[in-house]
Design a protein around this ligand. Sequence first.
Ligand SMILES: [Zn+2]
Length: 89
Amino acid sequence: MPKQNCPLCNMPAEFIPDDFGRRKKFVCPKCKRFVISLKTEKNLSDLSAGQKNDFSIKSSRCPSDHVLFISTDDADGITIRCTPESDLK
Ligand SMILES: [Zn+2]
């Protein structure tokens, strides 16, 4: 798998390209698994360290068959939801 430092906690992590390269599914030793679009990954740099840490904790607490889906909404900005992995197909 391609390696990249986790955009949430900065630990060395791996990702799987998803949705024809528009999203990345990260596997991080700290945050566990989350899915993020390339656009949202860029927007994450606007968040405070505290907000990213909050996302990291929420991601690590998702049930094992769930992932944290981090997306950007024009109205609400960056939103997160813990979702069954099968719903993202
Ligand atoms: Zn992480």
